[in-house]
Design a protein. Sequence first.
Length: 236
Amino acid sequence: MAQIQNQPTLVEQVVNAIVSEIVEGALPANSRLIQDELARAYGVSRQPVQQALLLLRDRGMVREAPGRGLIVSPLDVDFVQNLYEVRAMLDGLAARLAAERGSERARHEGRAYLDAGQAAVESGSLNEQIEADMAFHGFINELAGNPLIGETTAPHWPYLRRVMGEVLRDDAQMPQIILGEHVAILEAVMSGDGATAETLSRDHISRAARIFVQRLKAQQAASEEEMRQRPTRRIR
């Protein structure tokens, strides 16, 4: 009997399209999101756009702004730190279980994920790099054999994609660094070394979080300094 392949729903496609534009910087923080304009741009009706925006609002990607409707949410440093703390633990667990349960499959199939990652880096496309990154970690989750790991992080992937875009953007070295860390994680999984795979995976996620938090804090400090230096108008 032929297997039924799950295809993304129209709402999921719109969600991915909006997230991709946010990741690429086409929709920066505080951009207004007008349903009619998005529907025309994506060639769909207003209903899937409305549902997609509600999902993204629930996931913290967009928010209500008084008098403006929905806008792209500014990134929240505290939320990112909390999210990556949880992800580091889950990804570490997944890598350890993958080494214990799926080392043979990793040896047969893992190289293809690294090759896809290298091709994405060479393409220069942020979205392709992020898709390859997600595919690699999805593969590790499959090898772990615990579906709850992936299900726990799935609702947060749109936000994670956005953070990954911020980490990768404007840093020519970072994509290769991340790919090199994937190589090390996979080698530990293939060799069945659960302890090393767990440590490498946790460090991989924690390092990305530190880079992002440092950049965002620097951006916020620069913005605050710019505001302080602006001349104030006095009422005479």
